[in-house]
Every structure is written in structure tokens, then in C-alpha cells.
Write a protein that binds this ligand. Structure first.
Ligand code: AHR
Length: 499
């Protein structure tokens, strides 16, 4: 019997809703088809946004959406995407499939989408191929209220009121697709570009995100912070966040393997690679601690998730992949890790929202399916805006030779609804485990459980959209000390505990 300890008396930090954030890029069928079909489409929509997708995302309580990229952001010129649609420039999306981008989804459409979703906005600016003036004018266009060239242009384009930009990324992957820069060079550009990301409205200050590292590139984190910290120390609002990108690739980038038809060895290896996220947070966090011991700068993990070979027969530049119970575990583990490090991690955005990489939703024409990853987000939503509680689970090592993982993985919070929310993952593909959950000095009045479980390859298809779905889990015994239950193999469990 494995013990799970929860100490409701010990709160460790606040879990920002944004830890469950999302990312949408002009890539493949994420924006076009997945989210935006245009007002004249036969697919039911509101101002061009798919009603079925918007409804599903609202149910999941999407807290924040990042746009327009990714690599696309550093070749995006926002002016191309505003004004009458017939006059908008067409361009080639050189990063993603070489397809024509007609700019019919631009700033107004993104803001409309976020309005419908009721989520915060995260805009990623262009440092790689854009000018300071361009970035500065975009911020003015979106957020300035009053008389100014950009505010006037926004009004002329049909939106006199300004919008709220919650987060602004000053470039993306500037060590790679965003300009192949050195950390010192980028650090200096960051100092310059961010100066013109003006805060026009009191009480609506923009949270500025500096481009951080790829995976274990600690040299980048060190170089950027070294180049900027003298300023960061004195200038309020100079740098609110530093990003980190880390994708779970089962083997290596050359031989990623497919989203389906994998064996147990690949399954465990994928989970092992996912667990590396914690080491990365600690590693980059330790460098940040040297420059920012008070943890004023948030670590923003604005790209994470699985990256497999594309589904056979699909455009290689569109990054379309299926999504199984393996992905559900990847999501569950990552979200638990973010909760546990909520003192430093202030936002995280899975890549990407619809039809791209580890998507929560897949579409085919008018059909839509929720992936296992969707269900995990929907179960974890109770952690949003909650207080992290001290917890610990006894584990044993399982897996295979080059894929060793702990059998169980957990995080626990005290939710806004006054209940304790436990999310526990069973990483074993085959074994169930008996759990004895001990809650320190706590009377438990009731418990509601929800489970997502299936064999590791289980996934939803357009013909069988409910193959993987959540179910009520009521096989929980309430005892003097806590709870007793058995967690099935390959599962993500949520318990809402009334105290
Ligand atoms: O999410 C796909 C791509 O991965 C993004 O455009 C880029 O930032 C990263 O390399």
C-alpha cells in the first residue's frame, strides 16, 4: 500500500491559473480551420470562431492564450493583419509548410477570440525581423486610449476601445528561429525593445516576457540575465518573466517516433523525458535565484508538450499528431510539476491548442474531438487560483532499462471552492496500486472523484470520439485518517475532498 501524505495546514504558494495556459500559432490547422473558419463558413461560428471549439475551451476554463507564434511571431508584421480583409497582404508561411497566409486572422480576430473565451491575452512580438517602431506601434494600437496615430487607426478599423494585453513576449526563440542570436546580443536587444512596450493604462500594466532558453541551455539563461540584471534591479516592470521551452521527444529529434503504435519502452521513455521538466525548472531557477533572489521574475514555460512524427499522410510542416493516454500522463505530470514550483513558475502554455502537437482538440471539417490531454486540463482546472499544499507520495521505480520512472506522481491544492484537490497519476502501463492517503489533522466530510484511464495507446478518433473519457470514481473509502482507494494502471485521477 503506497502512502500519500497531505498537510492541509501547510500552504506553499499560489497557483496562478495561467499555469494551465495555451498557445496558438499560425501553423498548420491551428488557427485556420481549428479556431477560425470565417463568418461565411457552414461550420457554426460566432464572428468566424468555431462555436464547438470555443464552447469546449470555455468548459476547460482556458486561462490565457499565446499568439501569433512561435517561430511565426518573428516574421509576423502585425500591420498586414489589420484593416479591410480584402486589402490584407498575402505571404508565405516559410516556417510552417510554405503555405499562403492571407492574414484574415489578425489582431482584431485574436482579441475577439479571447473575448469569447473569456481568457487573458498573451501577444508575442517580433524581434527577429521586426523593428522597435513596429513593436511599439503594435502596443500603442492595442492598448492606447485617446488621440494617437495608432489609436485612430484602430478606431478606423472598427474598434475604438482599446484592448487589454496581459502578457507580451519580446521575441521568441531568439537563440534559434527568432534570429540565431547570442544571449548577450539578445539581452541588449531586450533592453532596447522592451523600453517601447509602453504601459499606457494605469492598473493594466503589461507583463513583459524576455526570451529564455531551450531545454538545458543554462548558458543562455546566464548570458541574458547577466546582460540585463543591472537594469532589472532598478527598473520596475523591466522584465516580469523569462521563458523556457521544453518539448518531450521520446528519443531524439531525428527519430521521434509516432504518436500511435509505440511500445512500452517508448511509453516509459516518454514519461521519463517529461519528468526532466522538474530538473530544468530547478536548474534555470537556480540561475534566476542568483540575479533575482526575491523571485520577482516568473519562469514562463510558454512551450511544452509532446512532439512526435506527424500523422502519416499529413503535411510535415503542419505538425499534426494524435493524442493517447500517454499524452494524458505527460500533461498530468507537467501540470503537477508546475503546481509544485508555483513559487517560480508563473505561466505555462502547452503547444498547441488545436490540431498541432499535443493539442487538446482535433478537428476534421465540422467534426471535433476532445483528446485525452483535454480531459486532463478539464480535471485539473480546480487547481487554478488555488493554494499549493504540502504533499508527498511514496513511490517505487518502474519502467524499463532506459526509461525508469516513479510509479506515482501527485500535486495537491486547496481550491477556491474550499475543497482539497488531489491529482494523482499512475504511470504504470499495467499495474494498479492501493493508496492510503493520510490528511494531517483533517476531518474529511466527503469526496468526489473523476478518473481518466485506458491502455497506453487509447485515443479518440472522429469515428469513436468518446473512446477515452472521464468517469466518476467513487470507489474511495473515507476513514479516520484519510482516504483509501486503488488507482488503476495508466490513469489520471482527480479527487475533490470536502473538509
Ligand atoms: O510549437 C512549434 C514551434 O516550436 C514554435 O513555433 C517554436 O517556438 C518552437 O520551436
Amino acid at each position: 500500500m503506497a502512502k500519500l501524505y497531505v498537510n492541509p495546514k501547510h500552504q506553499l504558494g499560489h497557483v496562478n491559473p495561467e499555469l494551465q495556459g495555451h498557445f496558438s500559432e499560425h501553423l498548420g490547422r491551428c488557427i485556420y480551420e481549428g479556431l477560425f473558419v470565417g463568418e461565411n463558413s457552414d461550420i457554426p461560428n460566432t464572428n468566424g470562431m468555431r462555436n464547438d471549439v470555443v464552447e469546449a475551451l470555455k468548459e476547460m476554463q482556458i486561462p490565457v492564450l499565446r499568439w501569433p507564434g512561435g517561430c511565426f511571431a518573428d516574421e509576423y508584421h502585425w500591420m498586414d493583419g489589420v484593416g479591410p480583409k480584402e486589402g490584407r497582404k498575402k505571404m508565405i508561411n516559410t516556417h510552417w509548410g510554405g503555405v499562403v497566409e492571407d492574414n484574415s486572422f489578425g489582431t482584431h480576430e485574436f482579441m475577439e477570440l479571447c473575448r469569447q473565451l473569456g481568457c487573458k491575452t498573451y501577444i508575442n512580438g517580433n524581434v527577429g525581423s521586426g523593428t522597435v517602431q513596429e513593436m511599439s506601434e503594435w502596443v500603442e494600437y492595442m492598448t492606447f486610449e485617446g488621440v494617437s496615430p495608432m489609436a485612430d487607426l484602430r478606431a478606423k478599423n472598427g474598434h475604438p476601445e482599446s484592448w487589454k494585453v496581459d502578457y507580451f513576449g519580446v521575441g521568441n526563440e531568439n537563440w534559434g528561429c527568432g534570429g540565431n542570436m547570442t544571449p548577450e546580443y539578445y539581452g541588449n536587444l531586450y533592453r532596447r525593445y522592451q523600453t517601447y512596450v509602453r504601459n499606457y493604462k494605469k492598473g493594466e500594466e503589461i507583463f513583459k516576457v524576455c526570451c529564455g532558453a531551450n531545454a538545458g541551455d543554462y548558458h543562455w539563461t546566464e548570458g541574458v540575465l547577466k546582460t540585463t540584471h543591472d537594469h532589472a534591479e532598478h527598473a520596475h516592470g523591466f522584465m516580469n518573466g523569462l521563458s523556457l521551452h521544453y518539448y518531450t521527444v521520446p528519443d531524439d529529434w531525428e527519430h521521434k517516433g509516432g504518436a500511435l503504435n509505440f511500445d512500452e519502452q517508448k511509453y516509459y521513455r516518454t514519461l521519463q523525458k517529461t519528468l526532466y521538466m522538474e530538473e530544468l525548472i530547478k536548474g534555470h531557477g537556480a540561475i534566476m535565484d542568483q540575479y533575482d533572489p526575491e523571485k520577482k521574475i516568473g519562469l514562463i514555460i510558454d512551450e511544452w508538450g509532446t512532439w512526435y512524427d506527424v500523422e502519416p499522410g499529413t503535411n510535415p510542416g503542419f505538425l499534426y499528431q494524435q493524442n493517447t493516454m500517454r499524452d494524458a500522463l505527460v500533461a498530468g505530470i507537467n501540470l503537477n510539476i508546475f503546481n509544485k514550483h508555483c513559487d517560480r513558475v508563473k505561466m505555462a502554455n502547452i503547444a498547441q491548442l488545436v490540431n498541432v502537437l499535443q493539442a487538446v482538440i482535433l478537428t476534421e471539417g465540422e467534426k471535433m474531438i476532445k483528446t485525452p490531454t483535454y480531459h486532463v486540463f478539464n480535471m485539473y482546472k480546480y487547481h487554478q487560483d488555488a493554494e499549493l499544499l504540502e504533499s508527498y507520495v511514496e513511490t517505487q521505480e518502474i519502467g524499463c532499462e532506459d526509461g525508469k520512472v516513479p510509479n506515482l506522481h501527485e500535486s495537491v491544492t486547496l481550491g477556491r471552492d474550499g475543497r482539497i484537490h488531489v491529482t494523482l497519476n499512475n504511470l504504470s502501463a499495467t499495474e494498479s496500486y492501493d493508496i492510503d492517503a493520510v490528511f494531517t489533522e483533517t476531518d474529511i466530510k466527503g469526496v468526489e472523484g473523476t478518473i481518466l484511464t485506458g491502455e497506453m495507446q487509447a485515443h479518440n478518433t472522429f469515428d469513436d470520439p468518446e473512446a477515452v473519457h472521464t468517469e466518476r470514481f467513487d470507489r474511495v473509502e473515507i476513514g479516520e485518517q484519510g482516504l483509501k482507494f486503488t488507482i488503476p494502471a495508466c490513469s489520471v485521477l482527480h479527487l475533490a475532498v470536502e473538509i
